[in-house]
Ligand binder design. Structure first.
Ligand code: PTJ
Length: 249
């Protein structure tokens, strides 16, 4: 990988790009993942490449949801596995969530590579390889899940993905927490907790909130869930992006 000077104005963004490239070379990320990353970068640029206050509130609410759940699961695709493997493992440890590989462009080989990659980063018991259940109402490969993984979960964290699964999971009575830089994406719009932030910042920040909230009373976690306003969070992100387009970013 080309050495990127620490003081380069787009240092973090370029390092992130290289991680996705390496993910493709290693058979973890799909080639479409490169396009998804480019799309995300554009929104992140307009957001000012920082966690805005409404996203921080969403990350705290997501942490509270994961801690309160009976069976929390973090869904892992090829982009997230390449970008934040250590942070995913830390999040699972802090919240008691299972990690489950779930792919849009599913091949058994890529599922196995991602599971191995997560294990190399310290994960134990990665789910998603059994593929013995389907999410009703979806006719693509994202519907393929494990019966004791996403199918059984009551709260699912979905870090960045294409479209219609959030609605299908809600239909099954699950609470969906979605990380997506585009507040207008179908996933973000359907989520109980839309987190409009880069996964690179969001996942470690949810973990930090979870560590903090795990020391708190149950009532504090409940309050955090009840007080979160999804419409306000979506609106705040859209306003920030519109401001960025008129030169505010
Ligand atoms: O590994 P697979 O086969 O499951 O495929 C994963 C991708 C991401 C390729 C697939 O789900 C896909 O094609 O997604 P889309 O339709 O390109 O949507 C990706 C969404 O994620 C877009 O709304 C982007 O703005 C957003 N996004 C991209 N990079 C990031 C992001 N959101 C948060 N953090 C990012 N780093």
């Amino acid at each position: 990988m080309t050495e990127i000077p620490e003081d380069h104005p787009r240092h973090d963004s370029l390092v992130t790009r290289h991680r996705i490239e390496d993910g493709v070379d290693d058979g973890i990320t799909s080639r479409q993942g490169l396009i998804a990353q480019g799309r995300g970068e554009a929104y992140d640029y307009l957001l000012g490449e920082e966690t805005i206050p409404s996203a921080d509130a969403a990350e705290r609410a997501a942490a509270a949801q994961l801690l309160t759940a009976d069976h929390p699961v973090v869904s892992v695709n090829g982009n997230v596995a390449a970008l934040v493997p250590d942070a995913l493992v830390a999040l699972a440890a802090a919240t008691g969530a299972d990690l489950a590989v779930n792919l849009f462009n599913r091949t058994e080989e890529r599922v196995e590579r991602i599971a191995d990659h997560l294990r190399e980063h310290g994960a134990s018991g990665v789910l998603g390889t059994k593929a013995d259940a389907r999410i009703p109402g979806l006719d693509h490969e994202r519907a393929t899940v494990d019966s004791d993984g996403i199918y059984d979960a009551d709260v699912v964290l979905v870090p960045l993905e294409d479209g219609d699964r959030a609605a299908a999971l809600a239909e099954m009575g699950k609470t969906e927490l979605v990380i997506d830089l585009n507040p207008l994406s179908r996933s973000a719009q359907a989520a109980s907790v839309p987190i409009i932030d880069n996964v690179v910042r969001a996942v470690p920040n949810i973990t930090a909130h979870a560590r903090d909230l795990s020391e708190a009373e149950n009532a504090a976690r409940e309050e955090c869930i009840q007080e979160f306003d999804r419409e306000a969070a979506l609106r705040a992100a859209e306003e920030r992006i519109r401001g960025g387009m008129s030169g505010g970013a």
